[in-house]
Design a protein around this ligand. Sequence first.
Ligand SMILES: [Zn+2]
Length: 348
Amino acid sequence: MEQIHGQTVFVDIHAHPSGICWPNVPRIGSDELDRYRRGLIDLVVCNLVSDATYNCLKPDSSGEYPPGPGANFSGKYRPAPGEVLAFDLDRLSAILKTIEDGAAVLADNPAAVRAAKLDGKIALMPALEGADGLEGSINNLHELHRRGLRLLQLVHMRANEVGHIQTFPYSPGGLTPFGREVVRECNELGIVIDLAHANTETILDTLAVSAHPVICSHTGVQRLYGGHEQIGYDRFLTDKEIEAIAAKGGVIGMILVAEWMPRLSDLLRHCDHVRSLVGIDHLGIGSDLLRNMVGASQPEYMAEFGVEANFRAIADGLLTHGYSAEEVGKVMGGNFFRVWEQVGERTS
Ligand SMILES: [Zn+2]
């Protein structure tokens, strides 16, 4: 394993370490970074959650935020103009604080990440889960990019100014005219586009507009998950969606949340399906880790991944299952890194 790791940047392509996306988390904890390092991960895509502001996470009269998170993006609260961007900038500064403290390196370009790896340091890529934080302004995209944003997931739990979602409440429609502008500008700026949570129309529109490959960071194979009667099936991709993303050169990241991916054997089935459908070059791992789960009452992530967030168990599992060393390297981060290098090409 050390040899595979020596030749490849290992990446968790979707996570929220230390729950950094929620209010009042000052920085990513060193315990969390150590756990990633033990799992051989070199680069963590750290997602802020723009639409958390629609979840009543508003400071009270004393300036304190009520206890979060409460996974309910119901849109009960209407943020004031500027409020969503301000929330994202505040959370972004908490990622940057981790970097300023010297605990990690900013993943602002691929070369910086390779250098950090040689240095034994973990790299953090600021990302936005939901382009709601742009509030319909390209200038805000520029502002976020200036501060280190390198990955943008277009939509999350609500239809926004950019596009439409794959889950309830289902919203018909694809990329908006502003969404098209956002995709083109991400191409220009070297920002990786993430289609997780997007509906089919938004996925296909994005693939048509983007000059570069795109990813879908934390998902799985819908046909292996069952039919409409199963809650959560809609978060997974159809074979047609997988084929479209792969045809553009993109990557499909497998989620590790227990609800969808209870056992390593499930993950291997999903990986096998994607590999046989479109090839090994389109697989990745997006854990959706949210916080340190030590002490959690329920197993929240895949059993073999466990509270230790054991990425080695995934790499070892793939090897034992018959994937070659080269293939394991691609899944564990090589494929994502290839996409990022392609996306960043124009700007570097
Ligand atoms: Zn998500």
